[in-house]
Ligand binder design. Structure first.
Ligand code: ADP
Length: 375
């Protein structure tokens, strides 16, 4: 039996009236993060924090209405309370940052004690996003900043291995978790809470719930930067995260060849759509120097990310070569910036980390919170 389309679901929801407002939940813009996958439907209903107690029947009515649709195997509706929204998005300025809107308020840290939250993202898997996130996080810690690393890659958490961390996080009060720590970075990952070979079959709202818990129910303490390793891709999960995690900006990792860059463009556009500034683009696996003869080969081409960045008005942060030492150290849990801190690769990561920090000090630091796009 075919699963219903998003329009079918929205049509059903548009008949559910919020008794407080006398209008339906769709036209009120309450429906968010609608995900339909293999007959399972998930969505959240946006409410005011003070309404939480009395909106339970509305939530239930939505869930029952969706569950009755033909082809729906399960329906999950959760209530979420966002912060108050402000005016609409600001058009992107050069370098992908929103232009400073007249009267724009200074940044309002959504997570107390955390200065900036940045996403490391890639439009597809296997381009070295997690390796880059780990090396940049450790490099920023080496530069003297207080850094956290949150593994949002709920379907394939690789940060615990790359940071040589295992076991369960401790809790001091039974409610909040204490992040694990290695190489000077505080780390949280779903990988600490589930077995490595347990498949993640969570639906959209559950994924978001887990990430919000790892953001807010973890004792991060004071952090200058929290680096979030996003799951690869530009689908619903990434879009929801980009909307719901209070991101200061995103860094996109791409390999140099054309096909990968087309994906990177999609990634950039995804962040722009939800008004998250793209801070810069990094070209990973940029070139290869043969360790035996010293000859250089551009295995995946070279320079494509720089050209794409210039075309799209996004800053280009730099190149990281394809090198066996980067792979082995990252897979062994001793990132190259730790295992060979004086080497050329560590220097490349450190240079990118400091460019990134400079960018954060710029207009991105004063950006408005992301506008929530109603789907
Ligand atoms: P992603 O997060 O994009 O899926 P990973 O960071 O997990 O990618 O990297 C995929 C594999 O490629 C890993 O084995 C990693 O060690 C390796 N890798 C990443 N970047 C490089 C690089 N610059 N040189 C060599 N190997 C790399």
């Amino acid at each position: 039996m075919a699963e219903p389309s998003r329009d079918d679901i929205l049509a059903v929801l548009s008949r559910i009236i919020d008794p407080d407002k006398g209008r339906d939940v769709v036209s009120l813009g309450m429906v968010q993060g609608l995900v339909v996958r293999n007959g399972h439907v998930g969505l959240s209903l946006e409410i005011e924090p003070k309404e939480a107690g009395r909106k339970a029947p509305l939530r239930q009515a939505c869930e029952e209405a969706v569950a009755k649709l033909e082809g729906v195997l399960s329906a999950t509706v959760v209530l979420t309370a966002e912060r108050a929204q402000r005016a609409g998005p600001t058009p992107p300025a050069p370098h992908g940052r929103p232009a400073a809107a007249p009267g724009a308020r200074p940044s309002r840290p959504e997570l107390p004690g955390i200065g900036a939250v940045i996403a490391v993202a890639s439009a597809k898997g296997g381009v070295g996003k997690s390796t880059t996130a780990v090396n940049l996080a450790v490099a920023m810690a080496q530069l003297g900043l207080r850094i956290g690393l949150l593994d949002c890659d709920i379907y394939g958490p690789s940060i615990p291995r790359m940071m040589a961390l295992s076991g369960r996080p401790e809790t001091a009060d039974g409610k909040t978790m204490i992040p694990m720590e290695n190489h000077g970075v505080r780390v949280m990952s779903i990988g600490f809470l589930v077995d490595e070979d347990t498949p993640m079959i969570w639906r959209g709202p559950m994924v978001m719930g887990a990430i919000e818990q790892m953001l807010r129910d973890v004792r991060w303490g004071e952090l200058d930067v929290l680096v979030c390793d996003l799951p690869p891709g530009t689908g619903d999960a990434q879009l929801t995260m980009a909307q719901r995690v209070p991101l200061s900006g995103a860094v996109i990792v791409s390999t140099p060849q054309d096909i990968a860059l087309l994906d990177a463009v999609r990634g950039i556009n995804m962040f722009r759509k939800v008004d998250v500034p793209v801070l810069g683009l990094i070209e990973n696996m940029s070139y290869f120097i043969c360790p035996h003869c010293g000859e250089r080969s551009d295995i995946f081409h070279h320079g494509g990310a720089k050209t794409t960045a210039a075309k799209l008005g996004v800053e280009f942060f730099g190149e990281i070569p394809l090198d066996i030492e980067i792979r082995t150290t990252s897979d062994e849990g001793r990132p190259i910036v730790v295992s060979n801190p004086k080497g050329a690769h560590a220097k490349a990561y450190l240079a990118i980390a400091s460019r990134l920090l400079d960018t954060l000090k710029g207009p991105a630091a004063n950006r408005k919170p992301p506008k929530i796009v109603i789907v």
